[in-house]
Design a protein around this ligand. Sequence first.
Ligand code: VGL
Ligand code: ZN
Length: 210
Amino acid sequence: MIEPCDTDVLLVVDVQRDFLPGGALAVPDGDAVVAPITALGRLFPHVVLTQDWHPPGHASFASSHPGRQPFDTIALAYGEQVLWPDHCVMGTSGAALAEGLDLPHAELVIRKGYRRSIDSYSAFVEADRRTPTGLAGYLRERGITRVVLCGLATDYCVGWSALDARAAGFEAVLVEDACRAIDQGGSLARAFAAMDAAGVARVRAEAVAG
Ligand code: VGL
Ligand code: ZN
């Protein structure tokens, strides 16, 4: 049971048009998270959103690597990178927050992945594992101790954000039915194993008290 208080933040990860059915990198059933997240948001005094926000020609786009296809993996300077269809290009309609996501009191939007040569699944640290987004500092300075996560996709941006929340010293709780996964090549099972090992708790939305 979770009773949201002033030291909790609801972190709403990448609920953007390109990740919904019909979008450039559609997460199966992704639109099913919009209504539950809007309802959850009303229970939290602090809500922070993230937006995946890439420049054209981003290093994570298969189209930036001649001969490569979406979902191939390649080695970049910082390690292995999955290649994706072009998605969430900054300023485009696909990068906009999902219609119907109604969180007017959200206090911060963290944009990530805006450096051409570095991806960022995590809301806290970019894929080079060195470049901070500033979110940990923001939350600490505001006295937040627990990060409650939801959004898209469980096995990439939500999962990495949960792990990095733990690494930064926050409690982390995943609202599992307010997330959906891409789940390619065992990615969801790997993400859950890593989250379990790191002490990321899991609850269902009904266990968050109003
Ligand atoms: C995401 C792949 C590429 C996500 C973002 O939001 O989970 N996945 N960019
Ligand atoms: Zn992306």
